[in-house]
Structures are given as structure tokens and as C-alpha cells.
Design a protein around this ligand. Structure first.
Ligand code: LLP
Length: 385
């Protein structure tokens, strides 16, 4: 991914920063577009994964919709040209201000996550003399087999409405004249690589849509959420997610009735491989038990390894041709927390102060989850073109 010119360019720049390879992004978006269009599926980009303006502009240019989880994301989606008719708004705690903003913007659909929220959206819509379009986010109790922090579709999770509450939902929808029921929404978790999980989801969706139809509600939209994983171990040789297989599972197992639309909300799979966090070695500490590489980037720039024990490939860009024997390093950041460690026992060529280090596959939930802890500078971003 990094040719000599790129590395020479990095040498002149202050670190740390996110480096975006727009060509990788473009290729990924094209692959997703092609695989989803084959079946007429609608893909909304889950903006929470990365709302860098350049990234948003490119995603928008491919004709994807937007999946938002805050009023500010709804605003940004519209400002970046995602048509309001392609904006969905999810979230377990939408504030009145955010709901009003989305009502004013006439978005495509609210993904409602509780019975109480249905009443609130109805009241706010009524006050504006509007009708809010609604998909009910249902918790299907399907295990995503992913890290417990990014599992969302089990009954113990805070998201969505459990199936034992569906009678309540039906009664509420009948009462709320300012809600228009569009369909059903699901999202069971993130970084899912086992396609069997999506097959189980399809079978649950089939049962649940039958329940709605049996109770007199026409289901126009089946929104299956996102969650497709990426290969964090092989960013160069397996850089594009399994879009073909993923969409085929839904084509094969989802019971799609005439006139129904199938929607997806992909975040990570669209953007993760397009960025790396580029950092420099500040200090090398050789100990008896451990060698530490202390970088100028840490959990304030990329928190995934510390929060989810996530693996990100780490490369020394200054020593790729090194002949020296590999050493094992704990690669850590400068933050005053023991958890500020990217990875332990990483095999790297012997490394020195000033070496450039790339932390790969950082385009999703990287820059957007950066913080100002320790009063750190905001991390910058640079682009391949
Ligand atoms: N739709 C909904 C309702 C979601 O909550 C999410 C992600 C997505 C779609 C997009 O999921 P994706 O395709 O990106 O897996 N910060 C964590 C991931 C949190 C995901 C939150 N929800 C991480 O760094 O792994």
C-alpha cells in the first residue's frame, strides 16, 4: 500500500496523522455498489464509522444513502449531498431536538428503538403537522459471534425492541396517526465475518415480517443493518470485504415479497481499509522482559485496540528492507494509562527513534473516535491525492 514516494512524503510531515488511500476507498465502494446493485439492494453508509468530509464526499458520489445516529450526522449527510430521501436515523436515545431536526429535514425513515420513542416521535410530528416514516428496530436475539462490546442483537443489549413487545408496538402504531409504518430494522453487531450469522438473521427476519403482515401491517422496507467485517490481518492481500457472498446470503435466504425494498447499513466494510494511522517512534526502551516501542500516537488517536482488544497490523515503514533480525516489541502510545498499548509482542525489524510506523486498517472507528484526552492535539489527516 505504501510506495517509496508515499513514504518519502510521510518523512516530511509531522506525525501522527491518518493517511487515506482514496484509491482503496474507491475500489471498495465500487465493489460494494456492483455486488448490491445486482439484486437491487439499497445501501446506506453508516456515517458513524467515519465522517471525514473527503470520505463522505466520495461515498456520496457513488450514490449510497446515509445511516445516521445523531442530529449532527443527519445534518452532515444532507450537507454532503446525501439526498434526504436516502437518510435513515437510528439510535436508542434520540433527543427531541434531534427528532425535530430530522422531521424538518423530511428524512426517509426513523428507525425507532422503543415504544416510548414511538409516542414521542408521533407527538413531535403532530406538532409540526407532519407524518414521520418509521421502521421498527427489532432485537432478533441472534448472536453475532463478535466481540461482546460490539454485539447489539441479543435480548440483554439495550438496542431495539424485543419480540415479546410486538403486540405493544402494533397497538401503538394503530394509535399514532402521525406515524407511517414503513417496515422493520435490525442490526445485530459489527465485524461479523461468519456468513452463517447473516443466514440466521434472514430466517428471523422472515418470521418477524410474517408477524407484521399477519397483524395487518404491510412491510415495505426490510432493513438488515450493517456489520460486515474486514480482514485486519491481511489489508494488502485481502483488502476488499466479501460483498458478493454477503449480499448473496440475503438474496438466497431473505423472503422478499413483490414491492419490498431491502436496505443495508454498512460502515466498517466500506472504509476500514482505506486509512492507516501513521506515527513515529519517539523512544525505544529495551528491558529485560520487554522491549517497548513508544510511539507519538496512542489511544487518543486510535482507541480500538485498547477498548475492544482489536488487532491492527503494525508495520515499520522505515525498515521494510531491514536485514536485521526481527525483535519483539510491545508497541505503546504516550498516554498516561497502562492500557495505552496497540499490541504486545509484535515482530518487527529492529526499530529506532524517528522510524515511521503504520497502524493499518484504521479507516473505520479510528479518526472519529479520537479524543482530546491529556489535552492532545487533534489528529490530522492527509490523502493520497
Ligand atoms: N447500523 C447500526 C444501527 C449500527 O449501530 C451500526 C454500528 C452500523 C449500522 C454499522 O455497523 P458496521 O457495518 O460498521 O459494522 N466502534 C466499534 C464499532 C461500533 C459499531 C456501532 N454500530 C468498533 O470500532 O469496532
Amino acid at each position: 500500500m505504501f510506495n517509496t514516494n508515499t513514504i518519502t512524503r510521510f518523512q516530511e510531515l509531522e506525525t501522527p496523522f491518518y493517511y487515506y488511500d482514496l484509491d482503496v476507498l474507491r475500489r471498495t465502494l465500487a465493489a460494494c455498489k456492483e455486488a448490491s446493485s445486482k439484486y437491487g439492494f439499497h445501501v446506506h453508509y453508516a456515517m458513524k464509522a467515519n465522517f471525514n468530509p473527503k470520505v463522505l464526499d466520495m461515498i456520496q458520489s457513488f450514490g449510497f444513502g446515509a445511516d445516521c445516529v445523531s442530529g449532527n450526522e443527519v445534518k452532515a449527510a444532507i450537507e454532503h449531498g446525501f439526498g434526504k430521501e436516502n437518510v435513515v436515523f437510528a439510535g436508542v436515545g434520540k433527543s427531541d431536538k434531534e427528532i425535530n431536526l430530522a422531521l424538518d429535514a423530511d428524512i426517509f425513515c426513523f428507525n425507532a428503538e422503543s415504544v416510548q420513542e414511538l409516542f414521542i416521535i408521533n407527538d413531535l410530528a403532530k406538532a409540526k403537522n407532519k407524518t414521520a416514516k418509521i421502521a421498527i428496530r427489532i432485537n432478533p436475539n441472534v448472536d453475532a459471534h463478535t466481540h461482546h462490546y460490539i454485539t447489539t442483537g441479543l435480548e440483554e443489549n439495550k438496542f431495539g425492541i424485543n419480540t415479546f413487545q410486538l403486540n405493544d408496538v402494533a397497538e401503538t402504531l394503530r394509535k399514532c396517526a402521525n406515524l407511517q409504518f414503513l417496515g422493520i430494522h435490525f442490526h445485530i453487531g459489527s465485524q461479523i465475518t461468519d456468513m452463517e450469522v447473516y443466514k440466521s438473521l434472514c430466517l428471523r427476519i422472515n418470521e418477524i415480517q410474517d408477524w407484521f403482515e399477519d397483524h395487518g401491517f404491510a412491510v415495505k422496507v426490510l432493513n438488515t443493518g450493517g456489520g460486515l467485517g474486514v480482514d485486519y490481518h491481511h489489508p494488502d492481500t485481502n483488502g476488499v470485504s466479501e460483498f458478493e457472498n454477503y449480499f448473496k446470503v440475503f438474496h438466497d435466504f431473505l423472503k422478499v415479497k413483490p414491492g419490498q425494498e431491502v436496505h443495508f447499513e454498512l460502515g466498517r466494510a466500506l472504509v476500514a481499509q482505506s486509512a492507516s494511522l501513521i506515527s513515529r517512534v519517539l523512544y525505544v526502551k529495551n528491558g529485560i522482559k520487554k522491549n517497548f516501542l513508544i510511539l507519538d500516537a496512542g489511544m487518543t488517536e486510535l482507541i480500538r485496540p485498547m477498548l475492544y482488544q482489536a488487532f491492527h497490523l503494525i508495520q515499520n515503514l522505515s525498515r521494510s528492507e531491514a536485514k536485521s533480525q526481527d525483535l519483539k516489541y510491545d508497541v505503546v502510545g504516550p498516554i498516561c494509562e497502562s492500557t495505552d498499548c496497540f499490541q504486545k509482542d509484535v515482530d518487527l525489524p529492529e526499530s529506532f527513534r524517528g522510524d515511521l510506523i503504520a497502524v493499518r486498517t484504521a479507516g473505520a472507528y479510528g479518526e472519529v473516535m479520537a479524543s482530546g484526552y491529556n489535552l492532545r492535539d487533534r489528529v490530522g489527516s492527509i490523502y493520497s491525492e
